[in-house]
Design a protein around this ligand. Sequence first.
Ligand SMILES: Nc1ncnc2c1ncn2[C@@H]1O[C@H](COP(=O)(O)OP(=O)(O)OP(=O)(O)O)[C@@H](O)[C@H]1O
Ligand SMILES: O=c1ccn([C@@H]2O[C@H](COP(=O)(O)O)[C@@H](O)[C@H]2O)c(=O)[nH]1
Length: 240
Amino acid sequence: MQNAKPAFKRILLKLSGEALMGDDQFGINHSTIVRMVDEVAEVTRLGVEVAVVIGGGNIFRGVAGGSVGMDRATADYMGMLATVMNSLALGDTMNKAGLTARVMSAIGIEQVVEPYVRPKALQYLEEGKVVIFAAGTGNPFFTTDTAAALRGAEIGAQIVLKATKVDGVYSADPKKDPDAVRYTTLTFDEAMSKNLGIMDATAFALCRDQKLPIKVFSIFKHGALKRVVMGEDEGTLVHV
Ligand SMILES: Nc1ncnc2c1ncn2[C@@H]1O[C@H](COP(=O)(O)OP(=O)(O)OP(=O)(O)O)[C@@H](O)[C@H]1O
Ligand SMILES: O=c1ccn([C@@H]2O[C@H](COP(=O)(O)O)[C@@H](O)[C@H]2O)c(=O)[nH]1
């Protein structure tokens, strides 16, 4: 179908930080980040406005610091800084691939990244730039999934796309339970009442209240992002 149009005008793409490691044990794998950017570039060429939140699990998670006795809020700020590093790497890779990316941070580090200012972010999106929201929500005790829900709602995205290491939402963690079954669709209430660990309850609740659907799909599956954007059958849709 040559003339098919994208199903969405503006998306909030949540990229897994952990997936950035590729086959490495830690950090940012070069060919993996280049591959992710290629997938994003493909959907920008369709005219879709793309905002991105990237996680920090390839570098640091606050919960890990907390578990070895660190002050949890301090550990969470370290986690937020990890997302700034990933955002800078992603923005740099995008710019090298011919996209125009702008990184905006929820915490003040102006010598490194410009601060998040909503009208400016909206202006960049209208100009066709890719906006990368760094440092999560700017507050400890949250996650980048919640930041994705928050920024998605703020910018009027039509959907939050969670690109992660699994190809959808399962009845249990498919990495731990081989009998887990994948859902094609489910409601926010079902996801929360079943305690499905793919996203935290705060992110689900915010999206439910804002009637902002979430699509969960695999970042490792070539072309999956484009298929989601074209409204094709891919991953799991979580809806009101
Ligand atoms: N019910 C479930 N269905 C699917 N995946 C699940 C489920 N419960 C737990 N998971 C796990 O959740 C993981 C994805 O969530 P998580 O937020 O930890 O990673 P991410 O968002 O990809 O990484 P990061 O936080 O670094 O951005 C999957 O890799 C999967 O193993
Ligand atoms: O709003 C936020 C977002 C993130 N954090 C901290 O950063 C790490 C990395 O984010 P992930 O979503 O786990 O990839 C997270 O574990 C928190 O420690 C935060 O405090 N507030």
